[in-house]
Design a protein around this ligand. Structure first.
Ligand SMILES: [Zn+2]
Length: 157
């Protein structure tokens, strides 16, 4: 289960609206003593990758996101050095509902493809349809089922 402050979810939804019609993305970290995750907005570099290498990056930012690996390493590294961890990742869907797509699953998995890079992380999917915020959904790796399953996002004030 993932816990966020309600105001932080509002900030993520504002980011998703501001970056529409591109998918927004970011990282959620949690300190060792913290009850809720902290949000870190990231730049979606998918369009840059698509422009440089359309064969390997066929999608644009409208249907995909890519967090700059250096930004990812910096944010998660800082959390881990402070005794915390990567609590999750978030991104938005454009003009379609929040669900965990095959692309989302493929991107969450290791190169070997048999388990996620971050098996304890939750994946929050936001949805913006026609510039309106739609219901979000949250997913996490189910070790027994060997697949992602929907989990609760708990909101605290
Ligand atoms: Zn997605």
């Amino acid at each position: 289960m993932l816990r966020l402050r309600r105001k932080d979810l509002n900030r993520l939804e504002a980011q998703a609206l501001a970056e529409y019609p591109a998918e927004c993305c970011g990282i959620l970290t949690q300190g060792p003593e913290e009850e809720v995750a902290q949000i870190h907005a990231c730049r979606n570099i998918q369009d840059q990758l698509h422009a440089e290498n359309p064969a390997d990056f066929a999608r644009t930012s409208r249907t995909a996101y890519f967090i700059d690996p250096r930004e990812l390493t910096r944010i998660i590294g800082a959390a881990e050095r402070a005794g915390g961890r990567a609590a999750g990742f978030y991104h938005s869907h454009i003009d379609c509902p929040a669900y965990f797509s095959e692309e989302d699953k493929r991107r969450a998995m290791t190169m070997m493809g048999d388990e996620p890079d971050y098996p304890d992380a939750a994946y929050l999917v936001l949805s913006i349809d026609q510039q309106q915020v739609q219901p979000h959904k949250c997913f996490a790796w189910d070790q027994g089922g060997r697949n992602f399953a929907e989990v609760e996002l708990e909101l605290l004030d």
